[in-house]
Design a protein around this ligand. Structure first.
Ligand SMILES: [Zn+2]
Length: 180
């Protein structure tokens, strides 16, 4: 995970912590690369995804070479060839969401970091599911905005529905068997 450009007042530590928490709710361990373990870990069930926390759609175009949809807050760019799969979150759009009233919380490093982590967790689920489909509720709900409680502490907002959960674990299990 890295920041690029100007994503706004975010804390990478908070983002990493919340992203890992959401996936732990879904029974998946997120590992971050370190100097000692540059690939996150040795072992099994690995799927590596680069998460870029960035600023504007222009920056996205420059850095990743793709255009964001008009209303997209985040997106997944599937790796082809040597290009790694990347999920990118647009900090400027996330900040705007936090600023446009409707009961939105203030845009603080905490609220912005939590929102960005949740958007990144949602995009990673698209990658793990291999699908751009959405669910009515939970982590794969189609829209994250102030009405659906995305800043609520309610864990149910960040859980995968049973079918999707099973699919993620099945796919990670397949990766596990291939790695052995
Ligand atoms: Zn989505």
């Amino acid at each position: 995970m890295a920041t690029r450009g100007n994503p706004g007042p975010v804390s990478l530590v908070l983002i990493k912590t919340e992203l890992a928490r959401i996936w732990r709710l879904n029974g998946v361990t997120v590992l971050y690369p370190t100097a000692a373990e540059p690939h996150g870990c040795h072992g099994s069930s690995l799927q590596s995804v680069t998460a870029l926390i960035m600023g504007s759609p222009d920056e996205l175009r420059r850095v990743v070479g793709v255009n964001a949809g008009e209303d997209a807050l985040a997106l997944a760019v599937y790796g082809r060839g040597s290009r790694a799969t990347t999920v990118a979150v647009l900090g400027d759009r996330a900040q705007r969401l936090l600023r446009v009233g409707n009961g939105s919380p203030a845009c603080t490093p905490l609220s912005l970091s939590l929102l960005i982590a949740r958007l990144a967790a949602h995009e990673i689920a698209h990658v793990l599911l291999g699908s751009c489909a959405h669910a009515r509720q939970g982590l794969m709900r189609p829209a994250y905005d102030s009405r659906d409680g995305w800043l609520a502490a309610d864990d149910a907002c960040y859980k995968l529905e049973p079918g999707a959960l099973e699919m993620v674990h099945r796919r990670l299990g397949q990766a596990d068997r291939l790695a052995r």
